[in-house]
Design a protein around this ligand. Structure first.
Ligand code: F0G
Length: 457
């Protein structure tokens, strides 16, 4: 076996991508207010903005699209999706939603009361926004290592049990409807949580009557890391590990746009019947019938098939190793990255990369804009701009000021990743020439999506 396993698929259909000149890109990034979210896809060469909804579907999924049953109610594809989720994840009840945040909205509305606290292993942007809109307060209970880009902890996504217990002691368990556990943790760098830690979280939560709700968006990647890194799991299959993980919780939200290998879709899964009934009352208001939740029949079919495909060992081994390849290449060239490399992205440590740019001038936003300018590679800021402002209106400066190079599933080859690495390395050599950014427009919620900037000088 080579160090990095080759693609476990062959290419049946191609999508040409446009090469751009430096002048094209200068025009485009200026027009986009130096925010890579606002670039047009046609102006992008290699798109590492996100792994969300950007997967390549298989021939099996595409043929499933042709079998879409577009009945308003009781579509056969819904039955397939529901049965798949019940079987693979082990939860009793499934509520389909148009994407992950649809599930987060419903979960937050049915579980959170004004003034509640929701502990979580680091925040995610949309998850926290829904918790706060429902009147809750997010509390970060991830281990300290997660905030340190240089820590090589194998399970940097773990919950810090002492922080969790301290919060329970401080506010009382009746104020904590559930703990939100991301597997893997996106904002920490795609870092996994160990099974042992999940068992401990389950034990503490059970003792205090607190529910455990997973953000299962990247649960297959987490299962792979458990298989590779945790003693006792080396001979278990990905699906056995996934099912064991999910058995330690009371439910899960899912963005089908990531591990389930589809371009749109999601669900909320629950074991509690009364919560499920409350969720179905809301799904009809916000998403659609409880048998489609904002998805077409064909979308549900593709997701059911994608969930099974994602459990294939060779698929997930290749996926995670593509990331490792890019990370190793950057690391060997001395580029500061978050270590270890996570499951869906390589994160550049922008504070270190652009140490001459102060946090108020958003080094990660600056770096993302300049990578695009250099090579047409689009990536994403994950730092202070994403973190937003606190209740007093002050910028939140998280420890991690990063740029995320997110690799879509089954889309790019190792050669594409070479282009990305070469561009980042070249930029690092002339990093002193880059200047920071300031806001020219800022929305009050989830500002990173639509913010506009201009160079400070
Ligand atoms: N939870 C996590 C951990 C996510 O990464 C995302 C989306 C969601 C929930 C929300 O799901 O987009 O289907 O509504 N993350 C994307 C990203 C946007 O680029 O990281 P959604």
């Amino acid at each position: 076996m080579t160090k990095y396993p080759p693609e476990p698929y062959r290419i049946k259909m191609v999508e040409p991508i446009r090469m751009t000149t430096r002048e094209d890109r200068e025009r485009a990034i200026k027009k986009a207010g130096y925010n890579t979210f606002l670039l047009d896809s046609e102006d992008v060469y290699i798109d590492l903005l996100t792994d969300s909804g950007t997967s390549a579907m298989s021939d099996n999924q595409w043929s499933g699209l042709m079998q879409g049953d577009e009945a308003y109610a009781g579509s056969k594809n819904w039955h397939n999706l529901r049965d798949t989720v019940q079987k693979v994840f082990g939860y009793k009840y499934v509520v389909p939603t148009h994407q992950g945040r649809g599930a987060e909205n419903i979960l937050s509305k049915i579980m959170i009361k004004e003034g509640d606290y929701i502990p979580g292993n680091m925040y995610f942007t949309t998850t926290r926004a829904h918790q706060e809109l429902a009147g809750g307060n997010f509390r970060d209970v991830i281990i300290n290592e997660a905030h340190d880009p240089n820590s090589n902890h194998p399970f940097k996504g773990n919950v810090d049990l002492e922080k969790y217990q301290n919060l329970i002691n401080e506010v009382g368990p009746e104020k904590i409807p559930y703990i939100a556990v991301g597997v893997t943790v996106n904002m920490a760098g795609g870092q996994p949580v160990s099974m042992e830690n999940l068992k401990q979280v389950r034990d503490i939560s059970k003792k205090h009557g607190i529910k455990v709700i997973f953000d299962a968006t990247r649960c297959v990647e987490n299962s792979y890391f458990i298989k590779e890194r945790e003693k006792g799991y080396e001979d278990k299959s990905i699906s056995e590990i996934l099912k064991e993980m999910m058995s330690l919780g009371d439910g899960a939200t899912m963005s089908g746009k990531k591990d389930p290998l589809v371009n749109i879709g999601g669900f909320l899964a629950l074991n509690d019947k009364s919560l499920y009934q409350k969720a179905t009352q809301l799904v009809v208001v916000y998403e659609g019938m409880p048998s489609y939740g904002g998805m077409s029949g064909r979308d549900m079919e593709a997701m059911a098939r994608g969930i099974y495909e994602s459990l294939d060992y060779h698929y997930i081994e290749h996926r995670v190793n593509q990331l490792q390849y890019l990370g190793d290449k950057l690391d060997e060239a001395g580029i500061p990255i978050v270590k270890p490399v996570g499951g869906h992205a390589v994160y550049l440590d922008a504070s270190k990369f652009l140490s001459h740019i102060p946090r108020e001038e958003f080094p990660a936003q600056t770096l993302a804009a300049n990578i695009y300018l250099d090579s047409g590679v689009r990536c994403m800021e994950r730092g202070a701009v994403s973190a937003g402002r606190d209740k007093d209106g002050n910028n939140i400066y998280p420890n991690l000021e990063t740029v995320r190079l997110t690799v879509p599933r089954r889309v790019y080859t190792y050669a594409h990743l070479d282009v990305v690495a070469d561009s980042v390395i070249k930029l690092y050599e002339k990093r002193d020439q880059l200047v920071g950014l300031r806001f020219t427009y800022e929305a009050p919620v989830l500002r990173f999506f639509t913010a506009r900037f201009e160079p400070v000088k």
